[in-house]
Design a protein around this ligand. Sequence first.
Ligand SMILES: *Cc1c(COP(=O)(O)O)cnc(C)c1O
Length: 481
Amino acid sequence: MRYLSTRGHTDRKSFCQILLEGLAPDGGLYLPEHYPHVDSQKLAQWRGIWNNQGYAGLAFAVLSLYIDDIPAADLKALCDKTYTEQVFGSPQIVPLKPLHAPGAPTPELYLEALSNGPTLAFKDMAMQLLGNLFEYELARRSEELNILGATSGDTGSAAEYAMRGKKGVRVFMTSPNGRMSPFQQAQMFSLLDENIHNIAIDGVFDDCQDIVKAVSNDLAFKRKYKIGTVNSINWARLLAQVVYYFAGYFQATKNNAEQVNFSVPSGNFGNVCAGHVARMMGLPIAKLVVATNENDVLDEFFRTGVYRVRGTADTHETSSPSMDISKASNFERFVFDLLGRDGSRVAQLFGPAIHEQGRFDLSSDPLFAQAAQRYGFVSGKSTHADRLATIRDVFARYGVMIDTHTADGVKVARDHQQTGVPMLVLETALPIKFASTLVEALGREPDRPVQFNGIEALPKRVQVMPADTELIKQYIATHCD
Ligand SMILES: *Cc1c(COP(=O)(O)O)cnc(C)c1O
């Protein structure tokens, strides 16, 4: 399999070539040259793999179609090592929980549990694999990598838990000092591994991001200290996420003639883009429901055909904070497919159009109608009031506590139900991560998985620093020897 850029660059690369890269050289995102087709025979075979070998076996089957530069036995070992009951808390890895009222003929919805990994958010599903892939590939090349990132919570901790103790990798993670929830701070700062460096910046999240950008723009420093990232545009992360769409389908259905719908709490369009890839491969998905919070960039596009990025001032701080985005960084991948893979048109839209006007408008293009008709996308938006009402309703009706992001998924899913088609809502985090909103909704603290009892009291390892790029560079340089 070869990979190409969404902006039309003529280079074609293999999986391991793009694994450690960010954007393509022309600023585009990498996608496979084509989506391998899973016909009914193969789908039947994969259902058997799911039943007999579980998640790791299924992951190997999916990944093998896209990765031809890692020997099969090694790839299999990487999948087996990643997706274990020990790390993900259950033998199914992504168990399906029906929300079923007593006496009702069928469940109203299913929650697909993606958030039982080490940091209790779905980002572990891909990041844990990425950690093992990085370690493998760096050893093969005898190289090192220093991951520099900025986080306001979920991404940073998922990256640290995936990279801790990995050979050849160090993580330098900046976060705004004192602004993450106490639980999130405890999760990150209690990691004592030598290759993990927590840097709490005196400032806000944007200051952290500015520092990361400034360091990355110093090309000499970047090359000398082998600076890289693990952001959500990485193709390997997206690919790892494709697997749980298949796993959800096999759990919700009995035979491969059935269809399902997925509702996906969305911010950067990474999670639901993996659903798009699964659907393009032939998984019988009727609808992909894109659920946004008050930051409704994506809902606006799917309703109107206008993609309009927001400024910092128009980006809302919400109670589903991991979906607080001003632009959807993976969305370009879908637009590339929607526009018949016309790289020069995508380059125009995401280059000059976005930079100069902050928006583009496909409403009068006949291809826009295909987003719904051919690709199955529908969308909706959920607000703080919707979130509270949904958390209360799901708890009252089913006795199940859901987190704020998952609540957005449930709220929007309910507006797109079809009789006879199971609706799977992706559960993207556990409620304990967003305890204050749960208390607001239910008047009580959410349940805490036992392994997190008392983490706030553990010893912490964190360096507090001013928002000063030069000092951060010095810190990285001294810790790279
Ligand atoms: C990152 C995140 C999301 C959004 O996922 P995207 O891939 O950015 O659309 C939703 N919920 C939670 C809990 C997250 O951490």
